[in-house]
Design a protein around this ligand. Structure first.
Ligand SMILES: Nc1nc2c(ncn2[C@@H]2O[C@H](COP(=O)(O)OP(=O)(O)OP(=O)(O)O)[C@@H](O)[C@H]2O)c(=O)[nH]1
Length: 783
């Protein structure tokens, strides 16, 4: 079917799918024909022996053309096949030629091209028409195409007439004019166009690839400009190829396609220069391709709207193209030294293409004789350049992509590390907070316990005991002063594996209250401190194992704002609290705060203790205490001596009070002490002073009283005591007895200051005599 003449083959098959199918089929056929089909047998060229006659033939009354039958008349011999001389502004031309003899079965005249519309007659019979020669559209452009004019067989003795019309500057036949078998036309066209078909298809594939890459790659304009050039070249080569009519027989449509593609070529070229040659000023190139694009759109559009004819748009465009090529060449020449290999390749392909395009232009305008210009070879040069550039570009992109991937992977890894580190920090922070909370609670509980302590020693003992629990998991030690306030001896350490130095000199450690960031010893300094050996014992072990230490002094602040160093806490900053440097300060501050609070509480206990020591009252019994007695005794004995007035001293001690305590408990003992004190206070005069001497001992000072008075009052009190039954928390404690010693001035001694010692001796005697009795001191009591 494909071997039929094209018009009859292709008429009525408009579908694009089918067109594609044909295109591929043609290509396959062309490739199959590639070897061994250079010369087609049976072709006979008709390039000479033509006759011509300007103008159009008048018609006979029957409507027949007179020139078809008229004898020689005006016919003149023509050299060649087109543009006979003497046109004289006429647009109609008749050509004729006697057909040669041949053994063709179905002969046809194959003409590569003719200008512009034509009819063919053989022996008066109309055999072919291209375009309109009659009516309102007479002479209208019908497209440039090859022509297959069926001839009758045999051809010998017959004359072929061609009636031509052209408003274009050329008129006549062009290219190949041969008689051949009709069945040979298709192979002949395929043979002639196989290279063009292959190149056109390659260009279109490159354009399609560029389109796909535009959608996926970032460099859209660069790829787009190449894609546009490929598309334009591909379409132009295809549209101008004789094979295009085999795909769709629509010469005019193909001419429009060719025109648009041809006009788009410099647009793509300028675009390529703009985006592939950063050296060249972009502004100028952009203006150039925008102008060319406008022409590529407007000129074919005006032709389609019949405002102008399509052929005249070519010469004008050729002029524009020359200008554009010159403009581009100027810039390329100026920056020729700066081009990289890709750019050089593009310039080379441009040069080849431009040379071919200009040659084609010259041929088209008749400035050189008609030759078949291999426009497709220019396209081939460009395609090869594009494939090389694209391959390199692709390889470069892949490398960049790989680098980008590597970079991204590194970044992801880095981010992951950062996140993990943040999570770890968060875990650390939570752990620190939880630990701090626990430690704060433990410290608060310690401080609560300390509030109940009456002696500093007891409080310090409790503090020491709680230290490991509060400071663990950090290793640490507690030092207390020995002979000198700043010479500290190891008192306690934890854990057992930690080996702190046995001594510390803390002279350089300022009290916490006066510390500032600057005054805080650096860790290295602390290390020096911690490992210093006492000068007294250079051989002493120093096993701090080069660990840096924090040292927190436990200083008591007195009412006079003076500090008394109670000890130092030494901590190795390690463990979860201080794993990260950012927690060092926090943890150190936390410990400092805790130590400060402890120091405050201990200071308060010490103060209470001191105050209590300074008091004249006994807290338990409410009686005067020994301190008061001592001062009063000194005072009263001095008065007695000076005035020679009597003075008696009674000293008494509860019997077996230890056993009592052991039996009923300390609190019950206190109840008894309170009761005895009360009874004593009630048993003596107001001017007598009853004091608690200490423990379960009481002393009474009776100014102006003799020993008898004192004895008498004591007897009464002992009777009362014997019948008094003490109770504690509902429990009966039974009775207690007291032993008593009495001495008086001047009866017992003429030195009142000896009375206390003598009364004490008498008490000793009373105890030894069996207790629960009163013993009067004799003048020789202490001998
Ligand atoms: N409950 C209580 N006991 C005290 C107080 N002061 C001292 N004691 C106790 O009094 C006891 C005195 O014991 P000792 O000195 O052995 O005398 P004792 O048991 O009374 O024996 P003799 O004096 O020899 O009869 C000790 O157990 C002290 O703990 C106090 O304020 N309250």
């Amino acid at each position: 079917m494909l071997l039929l003449p094209p018009r009859s083959i292709l008429a009525g098959l408009p579908s694009i799918g089918l067109a594609m199918f044909r295109c591929i089929t043609l290509l396959v056929l062309a490739l199959l024909w590639l070897p061994g089909s250079q010369v087609l047998a049976g072709e006979l060229a008709l390039n000479d022996d033509w006759q011509y006659r300007w103008g159009d033939s008048p018609r006979t009354p029957d409507g027949e053309f007179e020139w078809l039958t008229a004898a020689e008349g005006e016919w003149k011999s023509l050299e060649g096949i087109g543009n006979p001389p003497g046109r004289d502004g006429r647009d109609s031309l008749w050509l004729r030629r006697e057909l040669p003899a041949g053994d063709w079965l179905q002969p046809a005249l194959f003409v590569s091209s003719l200008n512009l519309v034509a009819e063919a007659y053989v022996d008066g019979q109309h055999v072919y028409r291209h375009g309109q020669l009659e009516g309102p559209d007479a002479g209208a452009f019908a497209g440039w195409t090859w022509h297959a004019i069926e001839l009758p067989s045999p051809t010998q003795g017959k004359t072929l007439y061609l009636r031509l019309k052209s408003s274009y500057k050329d008129i006549g036949l062009w290219g190949k004019v041969v008689i051949m078998e009709q069945s040979r036309i298709l192979p002949s066209i395929l043979e002639a166009t196989k290279g063009e078909l292959v190149i056109a298809l390659a260009c279109l594939i490159v354009a399609a690839l560029a389109l796909v890459l535009i959608l996926t790659q970032p460099e859209r304009w660069r790829l787009g400009s190449l894609g546009l050039f490929s598309l334009a070249v591909g379409l132009m080569v295809l549209a101008e190829s004789d094979a295009s009519q085999l795909i769709v027989f629509a010469p005019l449509a193909w001419d429009y396609v060719a025109a648009i593609a041809y006009f788009s070529l410099p647009v793509a070229m300028a675009l390529i220069l703009e985006h592939w040659f950063p050296q060249i000023p972009r502004q100028g190139m952009r203006r150039l391709w925008l102008g060319l694009l406008a022409y590529a759109i407007i000129a074919p559009a005006l032709a389609m709207l019949d405002v102008v004819s399509l052929p005249p748009t070519f010469p004008l465009f050729d002029l524009i193209l020359l200008g554009a090529l010159a403009y581009m060449a100027r810039w390329l020449f100026r920056y020729r030294r700066e081009f990289d290999s890709d750019q050089r390749l593009i310039v080379a392909s441009y040069a080849i293409f431009a040379a071919i395009a200009i040659t084609d232009m010259l041929v088209a305008h008749g400035l050189v004789g008609w030759i078949s210009v291999p426009v497709h070879l220019g396209a081939l040069a460009f395609i090869v350049a594009m494939i090389v550039i694209s391959t390199r570009h692709y390889a470069r992109s892949q490398r960049q992509l790989q680098r980008l991937n590597d970079h991204l992977e590194q970044e992801v890894a880095e981010r992951t590390r950062q996140l993990e580190s943040l999570a770890e920090q968060e875990r650390q922070r939570a752990l620190v907070l939880a630990t701090e909370h626990h430690k704060t609670q433990r410290l608060a509980s310690l401080i609560d316990t300390l509030q109940a302590c009456t002696s500093l020693e007891e409080a310090l003992c409790l503090t020491q005991r709680a230290m490991p629990e509060i400071l663990e998991p950090m290793q640490g030690a507690f030092y207390r002063p020995q002979d000198q306030p700043d010479n500290m001896t190891l008192e306690l350490f934890w854990p057992t594996t930690y080996r702190p130095p046995a001594w510390l000199d803390t002279t350089a450690i300022p009290p916490l209250r006066t510390r500032t960031e600057e005054s805080l010893p650096a860790l290295d300094d602390l290390l020096t401190i911690s490992t210093r050996r006492p000068p007294s014992d250079p051989s002493a072990p120093s096993t701090a194992d080069n660990l840096p230490h924090w040292i927190f002094p436990l200083d008591l602040t007195g009412p006079d704002r003076q500090h008394r160093r109670l000890g130092v806490i030494c901590v190795v900053p390690d463990g979860p609290l201080v794993k990260r440097p950012q927690y060092w300060d926090r943890t150190r501050s936390f410990i400092e705060l805790g130590v400060s609070r402890l120091a405050l509480v201990l200071s308060s206990i010490a103060l209470q203790e001191e105050l209590s020591a300074l008091s004249y009252r006994d807290d338990l019994t409410g009686l005067h205490n020994r301190r008061y007695f001592d001062e009063l005794f000194a005072h009263e004995t001095a008065i007695s001596l000076r005035k020679k007035s009597p003075l008696a001293v009674v000293i008494l001690d509860i019997d077996h009070f230890k056993k009592f305590n052991d039996r009923y408990g300390h609190a019950a003992g206190d109840t008894v002490l309170e009761g005895v004190g009360r009874m004593l206070a009630n048993s003596f005069r107001d001017i007598d002073v009853v004091c608690r001497f200490g423990g379960e001992e009481f002393v009474v000072l009776l100014p102006g009283a003799e020993a008898d008075d004192a004895h008498h009052r004591m007897q009464r009190m002992c009777h009362a005591l014997a019948s008094a039954s003490f109770r504690h928390e509902g429990q009966s404690l039974g009775t207690v007895s007291v032993s008593c010693g009495i001495a008086s001035f001047p009866a017992t001694s003429d030195d009142p200051s000896c009375l206390l010692a003598m009364a004490d001796s008498a008490l000793y005697r009373a105890k030894h005599a069996g207790r629960a009795r009163i013993a009067l001191a004799t003048p020789h009591e202490n001998d």
